[in-house]
Write a protein that binds this ligand. Structure first.
Ligand code: AMP
Ligand code: MG
Length: 415
């Protein structure tokens, strides 16, 4: 056996190489209500004051502050109610001194009114309202432009459009947004041992679970999956699948298996022979050592290892950042946070160990590792409750009890 250790490259170096080769996909116009999860490719700028007018933050009574200056429990002040204002209405005239207006949340303050007393702090009839406290000007008033002013740019290219970002675009009057086209990602499952998941596997066969995991990961990365199904372990079949993917408009490709040094690992060969900027990596990580990468007409091909846990982890560390880069996201790499080990964690040094585990809030703050379970790269069951990947560095011994290490959330729902 040839010792391959000296050929290992770090996870960061492999990822940097891949990311440096990935460009940015084109844009399209999308109706703002339909743009959830898309990546913004324009600036969203305020063109008006938001809110557009001074308005009431409460259901209550709009007043001149001076009228309540002497109000107290012993000497309450009673004012006539001049009129009533609902959200959407505008006062016909200013608020006369010595009177109050019954006003609802969001209604424009009548000219002259300076503050709003919530109705629960008053006693009122239809025609009169009594106050027992003074109030300072500006209280319970939302000033025009308090949220945003013309020229403010709350969102820029690279923002991922979630509920908050879409609300901002909507309130600023952007009915359409320039966003990244949703990349189509072809999923290839080479393997003569594979059968479709609805089938009973015959002797020596297993179900194609990776395509199902990958499909979810692709959707979770804001992309559209094209599942090319099971592909026989030979080069012509793989080449045909890649051509079919290109015909079907694939912007990127992900395969599992066939990436390492076995006699039937043809993904590695096809990418090396056909792709531009092809790389066959041995990455100093566990799971996920064999990784293949290349470009077809500028479109990235990620050849992940076949073991199911290795495929899922590899997607998180290479493919998800790659698809973010492709979509022009401003944030590409996973965000790390520290998690504490309430026990000693042993692992084999030499390669970064990516521990798949459940992470939960600890009683004394922060996050804590909970029952990591079996870490074999071909086992899936222990991933059922895993919500994070903890990064254990290649150098150094076991993680001592109580120590922290960086982690990132795994994709998908059900944290
Ligand atoms: P390979 O790299 O092709 O030798 O695959 C490594 C391991 O992953 C083998 O045990 C394969 O049976 C398994 N494997 C490959 N592709 C899949 C798949 N699509 N679903 C589940 N297991 C797979
Ligand atoms: Mg195989």
């Amino acid at each position: 056996m040839r010792e391959l250790g000296h050929e290992l490259i770090s996870l960061e170096e492999a990822r940097e190489t891949m990311l440096s080769l990935i460009g940015t996909i084109g844009t399209e116009t999308c109706a703002t209500p339909e743009a959830f999860g898309r990546v913004l490719r324009q600036a969203v700028e305020a063109r008006d004051l938001i809110p557009p007018f001074d308005n009431s933050a409460m259901d209550g009574y709009a007043v001149h502050a001076a009228d309540l200056a002497a109000a107290s429990g012993e000497n309450p002040v009673t004012l006539p109610v001049a009129f009533r204002l609902q959200a959407g209405e505008v006062a016909e005239g200013p608020l006369a001194a010595g009177s109050a207006v019954r006003i609802m949340t969001g209604a424009p303050l009548p000219p002259g009114a300076e503050a709003v007393v919530p109705h629960e702090l008053t006693e009122f009839t239809d025609t009169e309202v009594t106050f027992s406290d003074p109030i300072e000007a500006g209280r319970n008033v939302r000033p025009a432009g308090g949220d945003m002013k013309p020229g403010d740019v709350p969102l820029g290219p690279g923002a991922v459009l979630g509920p908050s970002q879409l609300g901002i675009a909507a309130t600023l009057g952007y009915a359409e947004l320039e966003v990244s086209r949703r990349p189509r990602v072809a999923i290839l499952s080479p393997g003569d041992e594979l059968v479709d998941i609805g089938e009973q596997p015959g002797p020596g066969k297993i179900r194609n679970s990776n395509a199902c995991s990958l499909r979810a990961s692709v959707i979770d990365s804001g992309c559209e999956p094209i599942d090319l199904g099971i592909i026989p372990d030979n080069k012509p079949a793989i080449r045909e699948a890649i051509s079919e993917a290109i015909e079907r408009g694939a912007d990127a490709f992900v395969s599992t298996g066939g990436a390492s040094a076995g006699d039937f690992d043809f993904i590695k060969d096809v990418i090396s022979e056909d792709a531009e900027a092809a790389h066959v990596f041995k990455v100093a990580m566990k799971p996920g050592k064999p990784q293949v990468f290349g470009l077809f007409d500028g479109r990235p091909f990620f050849g992940l290892p076949g073991n199911p846990a290795a495929a899922i982890v590899s997607f998180e560390v290479f493919v998800r950042p790659g698809l973010r880069k492709l979509q022009g996201c401003s944030r590409i790499l996973p965000e790390l946070f520290e998690v504490r080990f309430p026990f000693e964690q042993r692992y084999k040094p030499g390669r970064v160990f990516l521990l798949r585990t459940r992470v939960e809030p600890a009683a004394d703050g922060g996050y804590e590792v909970v029952r990591p379970g079996e870490q074999d790269s071909s086992f899936l069951a222990s991933l059922a409750r895993a919500n994070a990947i903890v990064v254990l560095p290649p150098e150094g011994g076991p993680v001592p009890e109580g120590a922290t290490r960086p982690a990132f959330w795994m994709g998908g729902a059900g944290r």
